[in-house]
Design a protein around this ligand. Structure first.
Ligand code: AP5
Length: 209
């Protein structure tokens, strides 16, 4: 599981690592954005919370995760952006027990707030495949165009500075208690998320190997 504040690089690393080690990547943020784009019932309910930088209610997230896990029964997986509350973490334990696949490692992406703001305000996202780029640190080959899909990159709705500050507050209040929870379980590993993308990928791969 990848745990850390918004913009700490969880999604970027989850995409690289999952393809390198053949693990399934589950991003609740990507799933919710798809639901909003397709105007599903879930998307209609989640949209307002997401645009304000608030968490989508646990009940919606938990039924989404239960559905995809029971459908896929994944052998190796990376959870990106889930769980995000203590209640979600406790429910995840129950689900993983049910499918007999315990959580082995929690990677905590540690990064200062100001770096988060720099990263998120410069992030550009592909509306088709969800790939993330950065106008300074992780440029697409053609300015403003996705390398894979060749479609225009956008600034996410919730990536404006005022919303980012609220997302950071929500992270501190609701998600950061998970750091101690997993530390006590003995499965938390802290990584320096301020390092370069390649350096972080290398250290995660080394650790997993
Ligand atoms: P979600 O999409 O999960 O957002 P998040 O956790 O806030 O994380 P981000 O996607 O903003 O950042 P990231 O850590 O993945 O960073 P990235 O790799 O893109 O959730 C969105 C919303 O959905 C939530 O606010 C909530 O409303 C709802 N939601 C989702 N899950 C939920 C749940 N479980 N419960 C309730 N609600 C939920 O990197 C950021 C930028 O930095 C990019 O531009 C990237 O290119 C660049 N970058 C990455 N790594 C580096 C590096 N090492 N050096 C320099 N630049 C870098």
């Amino acid at each position: 599981m990848f745990l850390g504040p918004p913009g700490s690089g969880k999604g970027t690393q989850a995409k690289v690592i999952s393809s390198k080690i053949g693990a399934k990547h589950y991003s609740t943020g990507d799933m919710l954005r798809d639901a909003v784009k397709n105007n599903t019932d879930l998307g209609k309910k989640a949209k307002e919370f997401m645009s304000k930088g608030e968490l989508v209610p646990d009940s919606l997230i938990l039924s989404l995760i239960n559905e995809v896990f029971l459908r896929d029964n994944p052998n190796r997986f990376i959870l990106d952006g889930f769980p995000r509350t203590v209640n979600q973490a406790l429910e995840l334990d129950k689900l993983l027990q049910k499918i007999g696949r315990p959580l082995t490692t929690v990677l905590y992406f540690d990064i200062p707030d100001e770096e988060v703001v720099r990263r998120i305000t410069g992030r550009r996202t592909c509306t088709k495949c969800g790939s993330n780029f950065h106008i300074e640190f992780n440029k697409s080959k053609n300015d403003g165009i996705c390398d894979k899909c060749n479609v225009k990159l956008i600034l996410r709705d919730d990536d404006k500075e005022a919303t980012i500050r609220n997302r950071l507050k929500v992270y501190k209040d609701s998600t950061s208690p998970l750091i101690n929870l997993y530390k006590e379980k003995g499965i938390l590993r802290k990584i320096d998320a301020s390092a370069s993308i390649d350096l972080i990928s290398e250290s995660i791969i080394k650790f997993i190997s």
